[in-house]
Ligand binder design. Sequence first.
Ligand SMILES: [Ca+2]
Length: 388
Amino acid sequence: MIIGAALKGCATGIMTAAVTPTAVPPTPVTQSFRVAVMPVAQAFRPAVPPPQQAATTTADTRPSFSEWLAGVRKEALTLGIRQEIVDEALSNIDEPMPVILERDRAQAETVFALETYVSRRLTPKFVKLAREKYASQRTLLDQVGEKYGVPPRIIAAIWGVESNFGRFSGVRPTITALATLAWDPRRAAFFRGELFKALEILNRGDIELARMRGSWAGAMGQVQFMPSSYLLFAEDYDGDGRRDIWSTPGDVFASIANYLKGRGWNAGGSWGREVKIAPDVAKKIVNDVDRRNGSCQATRNMTVALPAKRWSELGVRALNGKSLPNDLPDGAIVSGTKQHYLVFPSYDAILDYNCSHSYAITVGLLADRLATPVKPAAAAPKKRTARR
Ligand SMILES: [Ca+2]
């Protein structure tokens, strides 16, 4: 399945929405926009788009893996990780895992427009599955949504996009994956930090080593949290004393909701909506409206937020061609090649989960589909072949 995505320079010229797949700390992206093509569980890593880091050592000068690992063990003990946890987690790693390094090197090649990405993700089959899963977990999702002030359908959409509703949450042993990436010079400092945080999770007894699995880049469980996000946001919703993002639905949903809440989701808010922008209006927006600043590329590929009244003056219309309601919250414009979205403050929480407009718009649109009742079979549109 295709999931990382990037936007090319768009035809309207409003802006590009380059997306760096966050599962993997991105290699420098300059003028071209790339996309990673990888399985779901391996693509998105919420919350931790690490800054670019220069390699601090080279392959020629760095210590052997076993010497390096001895240093990690020592440091883990000084950080308060219990001896038996350190022994269990680090004793059986003899060498870096080649497949992890291969995946790390192979990321990011294909480029998709926002629209292409969305249509590839939101296939009729996927949306049907999403509706089934949403219905089957509705009671629990509603309870969690109520507690955290996040719409249940947004929680379900992230669950679906991150792990295909728990079907693919990654099979790689997290400690081994992180040790491999921490030893490799490319993003060593970032992954070393995540490795210690993963050991801390084991130290707390939330999960056994054998079950601590996830993507090749260290994103764990059905929510695809990096260990640092886990420590900040994972929740023990069912109250059994463990924050189980691998197999306890309540913990999974509450952890997603707690993340969004922690990152500024406005209770009662909506992510945004598609709007109509004619090409000349798009050009005017490019010339007259500032882009946002931000630490990730996606936040720089959107406008600043403006009141709906201002967007109306510039010529932005509702999708049906009518004027925008004046009571909308201030919003920013995110553009694909043809489609445009007015996104509200809560959108930032989704973007924070994974800093990619393709990701965040997909989540928003999927959530909208979940809000729409399933059509009777007779009225269902003809099945189309997914574009591949
Ligand atoms: Ca639990």
